[in-house]
Design a protein around this ligand. Structure first.
Ligand SMILES: [Zn+2]
Length: 284
């Protein structure tokens, strides 16, 4: 199918109380793992690229791979630019064919976040590109954004309502206590904030920092309005472990395609398990 934006898939997910998995890819092999897992499970899916990955490969090269993978897929695929602070890069990705973008101006003062996010919506909407925006600071290390734990703050529900009314994002990422990277100990999720924000804004919520959350936390967050769940760290681990694990087990063999296949299988297995957990299987 041709690529689509996140609008229809997220509104269906929000209404059906399931979530669409949004998986950060690194290269062709990881993107293929996402598309194949989703296709086999008949699930709508979001391929995410970090700003760093776009810069590494180049937007046109990356989009060439992704567009082709989606075209051969029986399920709807969106290509989304994850956490981006750079409006020029957002413009470049929209030009190259991304169907969705995230403006992350969450480190800026509220009014600046509001106006920059609004500006991205004005750039994106005429091109049929959906926009995710963030409020509050989601802790951890992701891409080039570093938020020290002590500086982190949760989204304020009243501000969240004002933000969504003025920006009108297609997807909203309020900081609710999840973090990027590997959790050290049990994360404290601010369910009351999630519940209030989801109900008051009626905007599909993105759950960031999905790797390492328990099944119970996922179910609760999805039931309260998270319609998009981001998985990045888990794929990074499968990418390295699948590759290294195969080589360690067959260290006399130098057959790169077998190593790449082992890496693919490892990534696909985790992606498929997540799609099932989030309730997306059979929804496409
Ligand atoms: Zn994130």
């Amino acid at each position: 199918m041709p690529l689509e934006n996140m609008k229809a898939m997220l509104s269906k997910a929000a209404a059906g109380r399931y979530a669409v998995g949004a998986f950060n890819v690194l290269d062709y092999n990881s993107a293929k793992a996402v598309v194949e897992a989703a296709g086999e499970l008949r699930a709508p899916v979001i391929i995410q690229t970090s700003a760093k990955t776009v810069t590494f490969w180049g937007s046109r090269t990356l989009m060439g791979w992704l567009r082709e993978l989606a075209a051969d897929s029986p399920v709807p695929v969106a290509v989304h630019l994850d956490h981006c602070k750079d409006v020029d890069l957002i413009g470049e990705c929209i030009e190259a064919g991304w169907t969705s973008v995230m403006i992350d101006a969450s480190a800026r003062p509220f009014e600046e976040n509001l106006s920059l996010s609004r500006r991205v919506v004005e750039m994106a909407r005429p091109r049929n590109v959906t926009v995710e925006a963030e409020l509050g600071a989601i802790v951890g290390v992701e891409d080039d954004i570093h938020v020290k734990e002590q500086e982190s703050h949760l989204a304020d529900p009243a501000q969240a309502v004002e933000f969504c009314a003025k920006v009108q994002p297609d997807c909203f990422a309020p900081a609710i206590g999840t973090a990027h990277g590997i959790y050290k100990g049990e994360p404290k999720i601010a369910y009351h904030i999630l519940e209030k924000v989801a109900a008051a804004t009626q905007v599909p919520i993105a759950l960031h920092g999905g790797t390492g959350l328990s099944d119970e936390v996922f179910r609760k967050c999805i039931a309260l309005g998270c319609a998009k769940v981001n998985i990045s760290t888990q794929i990074k681990y499968a990418f390295i472990d699948g590759f290294v694990g195969y080589h360690n087990a067959h260290n006399a063999q130098y057959d790169p395609l077998k190593v790449i296949k082992a890496q693919f299988d490892e990534m696909k297995k985790g992606i498929a398990a997540n799609i099932q957990l989030f309730g997306g299987a059979g929804k496409a």
